[in-house]
Design a protein around this ligand. Structure first.
Ligand SMILES: [Mg+2]
Length: 365
């Protein structure tokens, strides 16, 4: 049987700004809102969607240079479309904004391809598992102890999370007390901490040793993840029960290869909204597998759900407070956790998400 041709007829993007529900901060940054960029593509009489958490300027990149190089190409030819898009931004700088824009568009291509084939995306990619563990993530440094405890215990008790993550590093003098509060709130769940690169190697090592008292099992970006050699040296001296995790700023497969070659991490993190979409996430997963390193999805749980079911050595998805909120505001079909896990709705095609135009309108930029 020959499939119908599906040349891309339209590619468009829109941006939305969603205020946080309280001031939020981590070890190196503070924010009051999150920008969501939606990419929509049409071909073969159907439409697909993807998105990225980035800047409104990503819409400009999608309009030009991305749209002109993809219009008219068959949406089934996603590897070709991916190459064309990365070529088009060569002289602009691939990492960062351009790769975030490409990620949103690439996800939209995969969503549309699966819809044209009447398949859930996970089935199109091929299933290795049907559900993914999530870990609750938030615990912002801007929260007081009561809010920190309430948020972490909620993920454990309400959603059944086996692990929860908090931010540290903005006021190191408070961190041991905050981790003590979090440990108590998390109960029997694993406790993860994320410094977002706030510490020097000496500080990070000292904190890692003291966190063993609270059974911290994952220390994310203890130092800047720009220095893979320093990450490796730190990891060598880490307590044996504590995993070093990083990778959220990877914008191309080569970054992840270098990170893995340097022995910089125990758990590799990758973000489908930054690394180049589904196409690149599959490559990153293959790299992690070849280094026998577990892969964890950074934020955007509704977008990682299907691809996470299809890749090897997949550890968990970050159930990030801001993104969970936005995905439920904006989409019918956003995943709902059960016993600490999420699973695709296999009765829906593509990503299984439909955009709630009316609800989203008030956040439009
Ligand atoms: Mg992080």
């Amino acid at each position: 049987m020959k499939r119908p041709e599906a040349p891309i007829e339209r590619l468009a993007a829109r941006a939305f700004r969603v205020p946080t529900d309280a001031p939020e901060a981590d070890g190196t940054f503070a924010w009051q809102d999150t920008v969501f960029v939606l990419a929509e593509v049409e071909a073969g009489g159907k439409s697909g969607l993807g998105y990225s958490y980035t800047a409104p300027a990503a819409c400009g990149i999608i309009a030009d240079p991305l749209a002109p190089v993809v219009l008219g190409t068959d949406v089934f030819d996603i590897p070709l479309l991916s190459v064309s898009m990365f070529r088009a931004v060569r002289n602009l700088g691939r990492a960062g904004l351009c790769s975030s824009a490409i990620s949103a568009v690439d996800v939209a291509f995969w969503d549309l391809k699966a819809k044209l084939l009447d398949l859930p995306l996970a089935d199109l990619l091929g299933i290795e598992r049907r559900e993914l563990p999530i870990y609750g993530s938030g615990g912002f440094t801007s929260y007081d102890d009561a809010r920190l405890a309430e948020q972490l215990s909620g993920w454990v008790e309400r959603d059944g999370c086996a692990a929860v993550k908090m931010k540290i590093g903005s006021e190191p003098a408070r961190d041991l007390d905050r981790v003590r509060v979090a440990r108590q709130a998390a109960g029997r769940a694993e406790l993860y901490v994320d410094a977002n690169g706030a510490f020097t190697p000496q500080q990070a090592l000292s904190f890692a040793q003291r966190f063993t008292e609270f059974d911290v099992s994952w220390f994310e970006e203890p130092i800047s993840s720009d220095d893979f050699r320093a990450l490796h040296a730190l990891r060598d001296r880490f307590p044996s029960q504590m995993a070093l995790a990083a990778g959220e700023y990877g914008y191309d497969p080569f970054y992840f290869r270098r990170m893995l070659e340097a022995g910089a991490v125990d758990v590799l993190q990758a973000d489908i909204t930054r690394c180049g979409g589904v196409t690149a996430f599959l490559k990153v997963a293959a790299l992690a597998d070849s280094f026998m390193t577990p892969l964890s999805a950074h934020t955007a749980p509704a977008l990682h759900l299907h691809v996470g079911c299809a890749v090897p050595r997949f550890k968990n998805v970050e159930w990030f407070h801001d993104h969970v909120r936005i995905e439920h505001l904006f989409f019918d079909g956003a995943p709902v956790p059960k016993h600490g896990r999420i699973t695709p709705d296999f009765s829906r095609c593509g990503l299984g998400l439909s955009f709630k135009e009316v609800d989203a309108r008030r956040f439009s930029i």
